[in-house]
Design a protein around this ligand. Structure first.
Ligand code: NAG
Ligand code: NAG
Length: 389
């Protein structure tokens, strides 16, 4: 059942603007001057000539670039507007349980980093799987910043799913596959991600999974290029599951977990998604390829080495695309917001986290608006709330 659904629509930023898709073409048709007609004609002629020449000399190579078509394509490319094929849309996944304020603030910081580093050339959907409590807690947060009225360069959709009704069934699947009884403290809430394939639309094949104490630092569209069709999860060689490209392999996943007998045989007090994914990767390393190193910046697994010396961190990691605080705060319990309380000892990482944590929502909104092409028409962000039966 859907609680509330706001359909996506294109909006006009400028009152007199034309529709996004044909804006430049209309402009071209409107103000055509004699010199520009001549110029286009000349370009076509040259294109035609070049095309024919190439055709003559290269023969078979020109199959998809034939004379007149090449010239026409050159002229048209000036007006070509990027359309975003559905399959190229970037998907991001967060999972949230409960309503701990620090945790929700952390999610806000992370969400800002995703929005500000969303793909520049295609759309993005941010999926948020929540229990009933978190579902109620994030709704007013989105309302208070009027998220559904924002306008961005490409289509951005935010979809939250209340998966409370699935929890007990997922717990049974988990316990059956691992032969491990979940304690009250370590609930299935830490493993929503492993059931995402049941909840997300079937068109979603991959997601960028992010823990809430993770900040994106560069274009997510660049990560998307690294999708590997034979994977289950792509992560850094540190094998930290807090950030990765998850593939929605519906049939395989829990069967594989069941097959990997070592998973159940544990005296470990804590069994969570990280634990399962690491065990599974030991059994099937081929299904867990590594991402480029810029997507592997985890506090616990590598950059703590350079603590206290920010310049060494940057020397060792000249390209940083994301950063993950691994849920730690120095010397404290686990109750801090990692965007406000990343330790200053981590120098550059500290400032990066502070930037996203402290960035006002209003400014984030304006930054997205300012990225719209030609300052013309953008896409209104859509926000959907779903209750999963
Ligand atoms: C995908 O990952 C596998 C290892 O799991 C690797 O052998 C293969 O080369 C990768 N494919 C691409 C296109 O990177
Ligand atoms: C961050 O840490 C400082 C000092 O440790 C503390 O006073 C402050 O309350 C913390 N802030 C948050 C939001 O947790």
């Amino acid at each position: 059942m859907k609680l509330n659904r706001q359909r996506g629509r294109r909006t006009k930023l400028q009152a007199k603007g034309t529709e996004y898709w044909n804006v430049d073409i209309t402009k071209a048709n409107r103000g055509v001057s004699v010199p520009s007609v001549l110029a286009i004609f000349l370009a076509l002629l040259i294109g035609f000539y070049l095309g024919m020449t190439i055709n003559v000399y290269l023969g078979a190579f020109t199959q998809d670039m034939q004379g007149p078509a090449a010239g026409a394509a050159a002229a048209a490319s000036k007006y070509k507007l990027f359309t975003c094929p559905m399959e190229d849309e970037v998907h991001v996944l967060y999972t949230i349980s409960g309503q701990n304020k620090n945790f929700l603030d952390e999610f806000s910081g992370s969400l800002k980093s995703s929005l500000l580093n969303g793909p520049l050339d295609c759309g993005m959907t941010i999926h948020i799987m929540t229990d009933a409590t978190a579902y109620k807690a994030i709704h007013p947060r989105f309302e208070s910043i009027q998220l559904s009225e924002w306008v961005a360069r490409n289509q951005i959709a935010i979809k939250s799913y209340n998966v409370e009704n699935r929890k007990s069934r997922w717990q049974s699947i988990f316990e059956e596959a691992t032969n491990y009884q979940l304690s009250k403290r370590h609930t299935i809430g830490a493993m929503f991600r492993l059931f995402a394939f049941e909840v997300l639309p079937p068109t979603v094949k991959y997601v960028v999974y992010m823990d809430t104490d993770t900040a994106v630092l560069s274009n997510l569209g660049d990560l998307w290029r690294h999708r590997n069709a034979t994977s289950i999860l792509q992560w850094g060689d540190a094998k930290c599951s807090g950030f990765g490209l998850d593939q929605m392999r519906t049939r395989d996943f829990w069967k594989l977990v069941k097959g990997a007998h070592s998973i159940g045989a544990t005296t470990k007090d804590e069994i969570d998604d990280q634990y399962i994914l690491r065990k599974l990767s030991n059994a099937h390393p081929d299904l867990f390829p590594y991402l480029p190193e810029q997507w592997n910046l985890h506090r616990a697994d590598n950059f703590w080495h350079w603590k206290g010396d920010g310049t060494r961190l940057v020397k060792n990691v000249p390209k940083a695309a994301m950063v993950h605080m691994n849920g730690f705060t120095e010397g404290e319990g686990n109750e801090h917001n990692k965007f406000d309380n990343a330790s200053i000892e981590y120098g550059n990482v500290f400032w990066a986290m502070r930037y996203y944590g402290g960035h006002p929502w209003e400014w984030t909104r304006y930054m997205l608006e300012s990225q719209i092409r030609n300052r013309r028409n953008g896409f209104q962000i859509t926000v959907e709330y779903h209750i999963i039966e």
